[in-house]
Design a protein around this ligand. Structure first.
Ligand SMILES: Cc1ncc(C[n+]2csc(CCOP(=O)(O)OP(=O)(O)O)c2C)c(N)n1
Length: 613
């Protein structure tokens, strides 16, 4: 019996695997069905069958029997220093590769330590599979040592979770876990594994090996193809619109739809905004790119949405940080909303045409429907709209006041220099706060899967472990984390993991000595009453801390030092590098739409001379 089988499970199908990378079998051979095995070995073997190459994790008593067979497995295990790190590494891996990230930890406190990454992955639809140890099945509910109700705790923050009760179910459940995590709207799936059913010394762990060829979950049938009638109506709306804007969300990346998005934009000549989660889904250097909308979006992205007569929302969820005050959001716009998750349609704003389906398939069908309806030449003359957009772009570019000689470094200057001196396909991960918004604003994302970010939950401490996971997934790419001093202090210990595993990530700390984003709100909305946001510029000594963790550490205080430090960091490829940039603590993120206000009340940078709205 499973505690939380929300989708229903098919009986075990005994079938042949397609691949087997296990050390026990010869490469690419099929293991004999019915071979006796213990549950721990079966679990690792099932992960191998899923093509898992890396597990991020940390062992403990309850999960020991699953850790033992790792020694004989070709799977690489990366030993983290805190389970939160394992979860974010799995997420970073998934963000950068599109393949599911895997984390494995023990019961009780280890399971609760990984709840934050689970919630983070849930909010941002990141496919990860987390395996947790559990006390022996019979001890569940007795408050046994290191027991906690992991499935109960994680139910609201996982797409699905399993509590395995029978060793014979292990291959099927692992197969289902990966299927659920990666199909439909991707998300985190947790598998809780009681110790007795994986412990070779316990008869309850004995099972006959099999590999289910197919997954059959009667209650789980994600819709992928959009309704043709709705697609035709959407195409009609596109062909009639005078001021349309494509509102691209993270779903574009999840659906691997960046190429077809570009095709649609170029076919119709419609401009594209990319949300915080969609940065990279449409190239920033494209003439139709408008950049990021929302609370800290640029003026043109925000205002073009506000003034549009048609918003084509593709894999975006009308997040409050994008809409601002909902009743005042894009008041004249009709809405086409495409999402793999039908629950998103109409959740915040009622669409004129709602299409449940995979973004890539629906966009392809839309392109076809536009052709059938007469093609893009049927569209009205949109030159005036294009002119208006260009005028906004010229009038309200992103700006900041460069520092005068002797003044503190500007974070935007650091980011511009980093952006201009890293490869175009460099992967950049960020923490949460001002540095995150500046990175999203100032970086030029010209390739998909180059931006690794915690958008929904907004998790401080995400950057360092996520960058490590991304680098493990894409060792061929340069990976930089841009972190705040507050965020860095939450998960910096994972640099010990990176150094000992020789994962050469690079970290830029924008040290403004404050919990900067909170300070910004206190300055703007709490009359400069700075309650509990000062961190100190010198404590800790980041350079020494980095070095103590096996990294190269550098400190940069003046503009002339910025480029040489970045160049030096770029040359180091055998260990992690940390550069502490001491930045101006008074700097604020602009533009800004204050929380709860309409996007029409966007504050452009006062230093730019606009003086407000
Ligand atoms: C785990 C967690 N705790 C608290 C917050 C609230 N919060 C959002 S941004 C921020 C400040 C971040 O400071 P820092 O890392 O120094 O970055 P900065 O804003 O200065 O760039 C805080 C405390 C959060 N997002 N996550």
């Amino acid at each position: 019996m499973q505690f939380s089988d929300r989708y229903g499970s098919a009986p075990s199908a005994i079938a042949r695997p397609t691949t087997d990378r296990s050390s026990e079998g010869t490469e690419m051979t099929t293991p004999s069905s019915g071979r006796r095995m213990d549950g721990g070995r079966a679990l690792i073997k099932a992960l191998e069958m899923e093509g898992v190459e890396t597990i991020f994790g940390l062992p403990g008593g309850a999960i020991l029997p699953v850790y033992d067979p790792i020694i004989d497995s070709p799977i690489r295990h990366i030993l983290v220093r805190h389970e939160q790190g394992a979860g974010h590494m799995a997420e970073g891996f998934a963000h950068a590769t599109g393949r599911p990230g895997v984390a494995m930890v023990t019961s009780g406190p280890a399971a609760t330590n990984i709840v934050t990454p689970l919630c983070d992955a849930y909010m941002d639809s990141v496919p990860i599979v987390v395996i947790t140890g559990q006390v022996p099945y019979a001890a569940i509910g007795t408050d046994a040592f290191q027991e906690c109700d992991t499935t109960g705790i994680t139910m609201p923050v996982t797409k699905h979770n399993f509590l395995i009760s029978d060793a014979q179910d292990i291959p099927r459940i692992i197969r289902e876990a990966f299927h659920i995590a990666t199909t439909g709207r991707p998300g985190p799936v947790l598998v809780d594994v009681p110790k007795d059913i994986v412990d070779p010394k316990n008869p309850r762990s004995a099972m006959d090996w099999y590999w289910p060829e197919e997954v059959d979950l009667p209650g789980y049938r994600p819709v992928t193809a959009g309704d043709p009638e709705a697609i035709r109506r959407a195409a009609e709306l596109i062909l009639a619109a005078e001021r349309p804007v494509i509102y691209a969300g993270g779903g574009i990346l999840k659906a691997r739809a960046a190429e077809v998005l570009r095709e649609l934009a170029e076919l119709t000549g419609i401009h594209v905004v990319t949300t915080l989660m969609a940065r990279g889904a449409f190239p920033d250097d494209h003439p139709l790119a408008l950049g990021m909308p929302g609370m800290h979006g640029n003026y043109t992205a925000v205002t073009s949405m506000q003034r549009s007569d048609l918003l084509i929302a593709l894999g975006s969820r009308f997040d409050d940080r994008v809409t601002g005050k909902v009743p005042a959001f894009a008041p004249e716009a009709k809405i086409i909303h495409v999402d793999i998750d039908p629950a998103e349609l109409g959740k915040v704003r009622r669409p004129d045409v709602g299409i449940a389906g995979d973004a890539r398939l629906v966009i392809e069908a839309l392109i076809e429907a536009i052709g059938e309806l007469g093609g893009p030449s049927r569209q009205p003359d949109r030159r005036a709209w294009g002119e208006q957009i260009r005028e906004w772009q010229q009038r309200y570019p992103l700006t900041y006041q460069p520092s005068e000689p002797g003044e503190a470094l500007k974070p935007q200057f650091v980011l511009e220099t980093l952006r201009d001196n890293t490869p175009d396909d460099c992967i950049v991960a960020s923490g949460v706060g001002q540095h995150q918004m500046w990175t999203s604003q100032y970086w030029k994302f010209n390739h998909p899967y180059t931006w690794v970010n915690s958008g929904g939950l907004g998790t401080m401490g995400f950057a360092v472990p996520a960058a490590i996971g991304a680098k493990v997934g894409r060792p061929d790419r340069m990976v930089w984390a841009v972190d705040g001093d507050g965020c860095f202090q939450m998960t910096a210990q994972e640099l010990v993991t990176a150094a000992s595993e020789r994962i050469p990530v690079k970290v830029a700390i924008l040290n403004n000595a404050y919990l900067g984003m909170v300070r910004q709100w206190q300055e703007m909305f709490y009359e400069e009453r700075y309650s509990e946001v000062y961190l100190s510029p010198d404590l800790p000594d980041y350079k020494m801390w980095a070095e103590a963790m096996g990294c190269i550490g550098m400190r940069v205080e003046s503009p002339e030092e910025v480029l040489p430090a970045i160049e030096k960091a770029n040359e180091i490829d055998d260990r992690p590098v940390v550069i502490e940039f001491r930045t101006d603590s008074r700097e604020k993120v602009y533009p800004m739409v204050p929380a709860g206000l309409s996007n029409d009340e966007i504050i452009v940078d006062p230093a730019h001379g606009e003086g407000g709205h």
